[in-house]
Design a protein around this ligand. Structure first.
Ligand SMILES: C[S@@+](CC[C@H](N)C(=O)[O-])C[C@H]1O[C@@H](n2cnc3c(N)ncnc32)[C@H](O)[C@@H]1O
Length: 251
């Protein structure tokens, strides 16, 4: 009996791999981790293609109550949007499975962590990835600003992943992320992220209507990227080929 961690890609039901699809079809139970990312299609489309009923696995089920997933009596598919171990890892679930002597197998897929290669910056030159949470009245996370500073110090680009509040159907936009970073700049005054900072905003990478736009923070703040999901990239020192690539997106 095996617990399969299956990446289902970035766009819609069509993005699962042939290998992943064949495994899903043979699993007795199929869960979809649906709190760290979002597909551009609804659950019905997945169920139709897979020919399976899908159980939505929210954070509570995965982290506090995973017994249904860790079932040693049958093959179980745990579907993750993107790659199962990209960005948000599910190592905890893997370790629990190991403790129960449940075999695990990972079926990889594209992740936002490598799909941003399509903007033309070298993936090898990215530093730490950071997440930008929505500011709360009493807590304004400074980590993204500090990570951009750290990455800049080693001439590394920064990928900023943006907050998702699935239960409220709330997804941070590139515009909101820029606004928050400018607020942190206002506080720290280190010149890390100003209105003149070159950045790249992207939306729905992998979908037919994906958007990639390069410009200053001020320019991007006024640009409409459309529906979720969005990410922001803050480049550091650019190679001339990266500069050429960014010209494509600044028109
Ligand atoms: C936890 S990460 C996604 C992890 C996922 N397992 C993966 O491998 O891509 C979620 C964040 O990544 C970014 N993201 C994911 N998919 C995206 C896409 N197709 N286009 C733009 N940003 C995306 C968004 O900022 C989103 O809030």
């Amino acid at each position: 009996m095996t617990l399969f961690f299956i990446g289902i890609g970035l766009d819609n039901e069509q993005d699962i791999t042939v290998k992943g699809l064949n495994i899903v079809k043979n699993c007795k139970k199929v869960f979809l981790e649906a709190y760290t990312s979002k597909l551009n299609c609804d659950l019905k489309k997945l169920e139709e293609l897979y020919g399976k009923k899908i159980i939505i696995a929210n954070r509570d089920l995965v982290e506090k109550n995973p017994d249904q997933i860790l079932d040693p009596t049958c093959d179980v598919a745990f579907l993750v949007i993107g790659d199962p171990l990209g960005a948000t890892t599910h190592v905890d679930l893997m370790l629990r499975a190991k403790e129960l002597n449940i075999q695990i197998k990972v079926i990889h897929n594209a992740s936002i962590m490598n799909a941003i290669g399509s903007i033309g910056l070298e993936l090898y030159k990215f530093g730490k990835t950071t997440s930008m949470p929505f500011f709360e009245p009493n807590f304004k996370a400074e980590t993204p600003y500090l990570i951009i500073e750290q990455n800049n110090s080693i001439k590394a680009h920064t990928l900023v992943l943006l907050d998702i509040k699935m239960d409220q159907n709330r997804f941070m936009t590139v515009n909101q992320a820029i606004e928050q970073l400018l607020e942190l700049e206002e506080k720290h005054q280190k010149g890390i992220f100003t209105e003149k900072t070159l950045c790249i905003g992207c939306a729905r990478i992998g979908a037919d209507d994906q958007i990639i736009k390069a410009g200053t923070a001020k320019e991007l703040q006024e640009f409409d990227f459309g529906p979720e999901l969005h990410s922001l990239i803050v480049p550091s020192q650019l190679h001339f080929m990266e500069e050429d690539a960014l010209k494509i997106w600044s028109k």
